[in-house]
Ligand binder design. Structure first.
Ligand code: AMP
Length: 274
């Protein structure tokens, strides 16, 4: 396994792979790796001869400096994790490498003013900016994204369609703990007690969804969702949206429940299908 920090060296190895005719799968991450990332890596191994993962905590997508500073970092563990998952290359660039002085930020114009875009202004501009740069550098055949970050997945789908026609996007289902919690780097910020509370919350949410009829329209369903969440300590959103266009149209059969809640200052997101 190679750990590469600069674009010049990366290009040398990528060129060698391409000259051999190897197909390349790419998994972008912000590190603090867990089996959710592992599932993207394994999917890439199934589809490609070589798998590259990037680890880059992209400050541009944090609308809150404190959140950026507190984001979990654990290099040594990440290297072991990648070794265990037979990753071929870890690309771990510096911010200077990714953003040369003349590099211009990109504006996201899709799925705006809803869900995470409403509550994290500028977040998706940062996401499409770093991904455009990484996709251009790596030029992989396929790229892997988790459904855990569903709005991100939809935005990346648009980005690729408009700007990277040769790149194939592969969505991967959310990996959960035995208790039903979506694995996330941020989970490690929770104490044991906070995690126990979060598990209880998640079980109640699953039960709430299970009691609804798939034919219920989203307007009605969202009144129930509002009622369910109103006493919760702190949340940004908790609502059903159509999974194909993230609108409030249609019924629960075509929808997912999207939530962003806070557990003692830690922001946790998930989406669940009926
Ligand atoms: P992150 O490091 O949080 O930016 O995530 C990198 C990639 O891993 C994104 O495409 C995420 O959607 C995906 N991912 C994160 N958690 C999970 C999970 N529990 N299951 C599947 N994919 C995930």
């Amino acid at each position: 396994m190679l750990i590469i920090k600069d674009i010049y060296n990366l290009n040398t190895y990528l060129k060698a792979f391409k000259d051999e005719g190897y197909s390349i799968g790419y998994v972008p991450t912000m590190g603090a790796l867990h089996e959710g990332h592992g599932s993207l890596i394994e999917k890439s191994h199934n589809d490609n001869q070589k798998t590259i993962i990037s680890i880059f905590i992209n400050e541009k997508q944090f609308n809150d400096t404190q959140d950026f500073e507190a984001y979990p970092r654990n290099k040594g563990d990440d290297y072991n994790f990648c070794e265990k998952h037979n990753v071929d290359i870890i690309f771990e660039p510096s911010a200077e490498e990714i953003y040369p002085k003349e590099y211009k930020s990109i504006h996201n114009s899709h799925f705006q003013n809803i869900l995470c875009d409403e509550y994290r202004p500028g977040h998706f501009n940062g996401v499409v900016t770093v991904l455009s740069r990484l996709f251009t550098i790596i030029e992989s055949d396929k790229v892997y994204f988790g459904e855990k970050d569903f709005q991100q997945l939809k935005i990346v789908e648009k980005l690729i369609k408009e700007n990277f026609p040769n790149l194939k996007l592969v969505p991967v289902s959310t990996v959960r703990s035995n208790e039903g919690i979506a694995l996330s780097s941020r989970n490690r910020k929770l104490s044991k007690k906070q995690m126990t509370d979060f598990v209880s919350f998640q079980k109640e949410v699953v039960q709430f969804i299970a009691n609804l009829d798939k034919k219920t329209n989203l307007i009605e369903a969202n009144k129930k969702a509002e009622e369910f969440i109103k006493s919760y300590e702190k949340f940004d959103y908790f609502e059903f949206r159509n999974e194909s266009n993230l609108s409030l149209e249609g019924n629960l059969g075509d929808a997912r429940l999207f939530y962003a809640i806070y557990k003692s200052g830690v922001r946790l997101i998930d989406n669940l299908k009926l």
